[in-house]
Design a protein around this ligand. Sequence first.
Ligand code: C5P
Length: 401
Amino acid sequence: MKQLSNRHILLGISGGIAAYKSAELVRRLKDHGADVRVVMTAAAMEFITPLTLQALSGNPVHTTLLDPEAEAGMGHIELARWADLILVAPASADLMARLANGRGDDLLTTLCLATPAPVALAPAMNQGMWRDPATQANIEILRERGIALFGPAAGEQACGDVGPGRMLEAEQLAELAAGLFQSRALDGVKLCITAGPTREAIDPVRYISNHSSGKMGYALAEAAADAGAQVTLISGPTQLPCPERVTRIDVISAQQMYDASLEKMGNCDIFIACAAVADYRPANVEEQKIKKHNDAMRIELVRNPDIVSAVASHPKRPFTVGFAAETQDVVSYARDKLQRKKLDLIVANDVSDSRIGFNTDDNRVTVIGADTEQHIEQMSKRQLARQLIALIAQQHREPAD
Ligand code: C5P
């Protein structure tokens, strides 16, 4: 059920005794990698508290349409756009009647109207209410509008009746929700990317760094998240906003990037080293700003640890991809680096060409593995990132023999 990985599921809860199962549903959806936000109707809060759902989902619970505080955080239209799927479970007879009539008289019905995402309902009600012609007519209208119906099951009901109207179990609902999504190349895969430059302090106000903008690493993070991966972006200082659905860890120095990478690598399937890590750092960082008393000054530098080599040499290594920025003999230097650093793949680019490489929007690369060599022509870093992610996903699934 990897299709739920990294999906935004808006779980709507309306008033019914089956609301107690919604707590379990939040857990199931999250177990399958979804990011869950909960919206409750006033009646739902009579059965289960927002606090329970907030604790389980890890997100604030939305309960009212016209709450200035909530609108200042994530407004209802933003919430409607955020969702990849609105799943209403339980969906009461009243909620379905309001949806069939196109009402927007509370937050949940308004979101169902406003969202561009698919809407699915898990009905739960007394068997008599389910069988009532009014309910059946509403269901017909909702089906015709393309709303998916999950269940209900038949059986013993909370009121003692026996018949149709029981809400499906949480795991069944999660499976049906997953079935609404197509699978993607990196569904369920955990991926770490290092990006940007590092800064190596000389004194409290000065540092050694480089021109890396982080654009390539950020584009890769975005493309990987779009492909279904759970992405951790370990980023040096950049001006770029964190892509959606990506968890960013901010670091400054190479040592901090090394520590974060080694900590995260145990929990990742693919590691992509895109950062322009400073090879050296000052041996001593002065505590006070250095004064310009002399005509010349010397700074002693020491080697930084090689992050990608350490990851690739680890006994529990993930599938490891490095980059090689070269100015001559690009492919042969890159191939040498692939072996020396024990990488699975290396992405080589020619930084002597000013149209590509550092701080540009375009790039052109050659991807090299033990038995592969593939050129990707010049294109925007975002387009290129999508192609690279597709290639990395394929090599990760079917590594060369
Ligand atoms: O050796 P070189 O710096 O050319 O290697 C580039 C590759 O190694 C890139 O993938 C870069 O992110 C990674 N690297 C690293 N740690 C370093 C230096 C480079 O992970 N200290």
